[in-house]
Design a protein around this ligand. Structure first.
Ligand SMILES: Cc1cc2nc3c(=O)[nH]c(=O)nc-3n(C[C@H](O)[C@H](O)[C@H](O)COP(=O)(O)OP(=O)(O)OC[C@H]3O[C@@H](n4cnc5c(N)ncnc54)[C@H](O)[C@@H]3O)c2cc1C
Length: 308
């Protein structure tokens, strides 16, 4: 049996692609290795989801899955280990613990990425209770409260500036005296009245009761410990794109994301990518949904021109 399209990952990008391709009567399967719905299921309230700001990520995921399945999309749990293009133009998709690969005319790779953790005490314990990896998602919950930012790269400083729109005080904790971010952003950060800098320092521990209350910080030069009071901690140490199954065939950016064009095409004909896995400005549910719809439409076009 040959699928028209195999979709790897059931986050908002993969689910949307599945809704579109199955609605277009393409034989579609979505393969998911962990939780149906992807990263959005971690969010209680998707308050920037257009049209329904009180919906939870879990409910949105459930609705999307039902919609895809109602249109005839197959959904299966499985860990995709390798995607290859065969000499006849089809794709083989290998799954962990499955002897024979699945075969498909096209693949939409929507495996997402995972936030890089700080690996400190209290990080997992307070995840969702003050520890966040996404300012656009959670900044609004910290109106007039104090927050801390861990990280010193471009995205950490940009997110810190974004947080100043809501928080009363933003403390950036960074291991070095110098930032790696663009000079213009550094200047903006250094002169911002709401931003405090704790440099040459690393966060050692996040503590609190029900929610985060403070961070124990160590100065790496003097070895001294101090406390930073904060209602929230935003960790911006980058994301790790989950490209392993395709990294031997697709073109990647220096930070490991997939280069896709505006039709979500990769450098491999018939292999499309969508969502957080691609190189783009903002990683959100709304943009992942758009990428998924675009990839699905491009797949339809590809199949109608290559597989008559
Ligand atoms: C804590 C947190 C809160 C967020 N809150 C918001 C918010 O409020 N609003 C908002 O718009 N955005 C939010 N985001 C961002 C949003 O969740 C992501 O941008 C979005 O989920 C990306 O969708 P995606 O489909 O590209 O990838 P993902 O949602 O990451 O889904 C990818 C899926 O692929 C699966 N997968 C990966 N590898 C394989 C494999 N080899 N085989 C099979 N399956 C595989 C994964 O298990 C996962 O389920 C938040 C992100 C985080 C981390």
């Amino acid at each position: 049996m040959i699928y028209d399209v195999i979709i790897v990952g059931s986050g908002p990008a993969g689910m949307t692609a599945g809704i579109y391709t199955s609605r277009a009567l393409l034989k579609t399967v979505i393969i998911e290795k962990a939780v149906a719905g992807g990263l959005m299921t971690l969010t209680d309230k998707l308050d920037n989801w257009p049209g329904n700001p009180s919906i939870s990520g879990g409910d949105l995921a459930e609705n999307m899955l039902k919609q895809a399945v109602d249109f005839g999309c197959e959904f299966r749990m499985g860990d995709v280990t390798k995607v290859d293009k065969l000499s006849d133009g089809n794709f083989s998709v290998e799954l962990l613990d499955e002897k024979a690969p699945l075969i498909s005319k096209t693949v939409i790779f929507a495996a997402g990425s995972t936030p890089r953790k700080a690996g400190i005490e209290g990080e997992d314990e307070f995840s969702g209770r003050g520890v966040s990896y996404c300012a656009v998602c959670d900044a609004a919950f910290y109106r007039n409260l104090k927050v801390a930012v861990l990280g010193g790269g471009d995205s950490a400083l940009k997110e810190a500036l974004y947080l100043t729109k809501f928080a009363s005080e933003v403390t950036i904790i960074h291991r070095r005296k110098e930032f790696r971010a663009e000079k213009i952003i550094q200047e903006e950060v250094r002169k911002h009245p709401k931003i405090k800098l704790v440099l040459d320092s690393v966060a050692e521990k996040i503590t609190g009761n029900d929610f985060v209350e403070k961070i124990i910080v160590k100065n790496v030069i003097t070895g001294e410990f101090s406390e930073v009071a904060a209602d929230g901690v935003f960790i911006f140490l980058g994301y790790i794109p989950k490209v392993d199954p395709v990294k031997h065939i697709v073109e990647l950016t220096p930070d490991g994301r997939i280069n896709a064009d505006t039709h979500m095409r990769t450098n491999v004909e018939g292999l499309f990518a969508a969502g957080d896995i691609i190189n783009k400005l903002v990683n959100q549910v709304a943009t992942a949904v758009g990428d998924g719809a675009t990839a699905a439409t491009a797949v339809e076009h590809y199949i109608s021109t290559h597989h008559k």
